[in-house]
Design a protein around this ligand. Structure first.
Ligand code: SAH
Ligand code: SF4
Length: 364
């Protein structure tokens, strides 16, 4: 299991799993049983400070005082929303959150009352360089700590509560960054988010989306992580994939598909394939046929996502006809698929687009 002390900058209580917190308390001579009250404050009440807590018994109160006073060693993670936009259909709300070092990441709430999904970021920027992705264009700045990922979930949960809505139902790691390039922090954050006495997100309602980092996929299978895997494939040949995803050079398709088979066999879970539909390239019928061939024997569901136009990429989004034709070919080959709506396009819902726009408008 991941050990949070591995992180170079452990700087918030939100970085710790419940068992790591218990160990911290024990190391300071506080009985681990006190961790429950602290956990409840952090994740049930979603406290923004820990002063004046009559529910904390003296040893815990003292530990918290020491921990927070002493050079801000364990402050709470509280990113500030520097943008908060709602789409005109009211179905999407997007935040740009500023982290302590000034980095900003995007966090989105999607969906209907009672069935909301939070989409969170795992890195500031991304090293994978996908040509159609606004985050890819920014390049990589740094990994997020577990607490910075958890804080995004808390931010969404608080926003829903303030609107009088039911809490989050689903969590997807499809914001900025490549989750499996930041494996330990991501898995720690998910352990925190799924803890029953806290945020209590059901593991079966969590999707980890990857561009195809093979070692991470195999590790998820080996460790039997209870989350869904979404694989952003976008192309069915290595040559085409490399033009869209420069980093895929390291992970050839035959090895990637073999990793999917291993994952499917080890977990018994269906894999969700992400496929961006770009006019005249990835939406061509020949691509659909090759995709069906590639996935033969894999329990897969394909999510077809019309390209969201991004500055600096001249590809155009698919037409309805081409999208439907693509879907029909997959269906004839026995693969279920969903054609996604381009939801929240008016709030720049594409990955990294809001941050990109804020930066270019501040330069203007
Ligand atoms: N790095 C991970 C998760 C974050 S990206 C991954 O790539 O899977 C989340 C999803 O947004 C990916 O499926 C990606 O292909 C998609 N995406 C990024 N930019 C897009 C755009 N301009 N239009 C449509 N989908 C886009
Ligand atoms: Fe990174 Fe995903 Fe964007 Fe590709 S699509 S650059 S992997 S965030």
């Amino acid at each position: 299991m991941s050990n949070p002390t591995e992180f170079p900058t452990l700087s918030s209580l939100h970085d710790l799993t419940l068992s790591a917190l218990e160990r911290k308390l024990l190391a300071s001579g506080v009985r681990p049983v006190h961790a429950r009250a602290l956990w409840r404050a952090l994740y049930r009440e979603m406290a923004t400070h820990l002063d004046d807590r009559p529910d904390f018994l003296p040893p815990l109160r003292h530990w918290v005082e020491e921990a927070t006073v002493e050079n801000g060693r364990f402050p709470l993670e509280e990113p500030e929303a520097v943008a908060d936009l709602k789409s005109s259909d009211g179905q999407t709300r997007k935040f740009l959150l500023r982290l302590r070092d000034g980095q900003t990441v995007e966090t989105v709430i999607m969906g209907y009352p009672g069935r909301s999904t939070a989409c969170v970021s795992t890195q500031a920027g991304c090293a994978m360089g996908c040509v159609f992705c606004a985050t890819g264009k920014m390049g990589f700045t740094r990994h997020l700590r577990p607490g910075e990922i958890v804080a995004q979930v808390l931010h969404c949960q608080r926003a829903l509560k303030a609107e009088g809505q039911a809490g989050l139902r689903n969590l997807v790691l499809m914001g900025m960054g490549e989750p499996l390039h930041n494996y330990d922090a991501v898995m720690t954050a998910l352990e925190i988010a799924t803890e029953r006495g806290g945020l209590n997100v059901a593991p079966s309602h969590i999707s980890v989306s990857t561009v195809g980092v093979i070692p991470g996929i195999l590790r998820m299978a080996r460790e039997n992580r209870p989350y869904h895997l979404a694989l952003s494939l976008h192309a069915a040949t290595d040559a085409e994939r490399m033009t869209l995803i420069p980093a895929s050079r390291r992970w050839p398709l035959n090895e990637l598909i073999a990793a999917c088979r291993t994952y499917g066999a080890a977990t018994g879970r269906r894999i969700f394939i992400g496929w961006t539909l770009i006019a005249g390239t990835t939406d061509a019928p020949a691509q659909a046929e090759r995709l069906a061939e590639l996935l033969k024997g894999i329990d897969a569901h394909i999510n077809l996502i019309p390209l969201n136009p991004t500055e600096g990429y001249e590809g155009e989004t698919t037409s309805d006809d081409a999208a439907q034709r693509f879907k029909a070919i997959l269906q004839a080959a026995g693969f279920p698929s969903t054609l996604r709506q381009r939801r929240g396009i008016d709030v720049a819902a594409g990955c990294g687009q809001l941050r990109g726009e804020m930066i270019s408008s501040s330069r203007a």
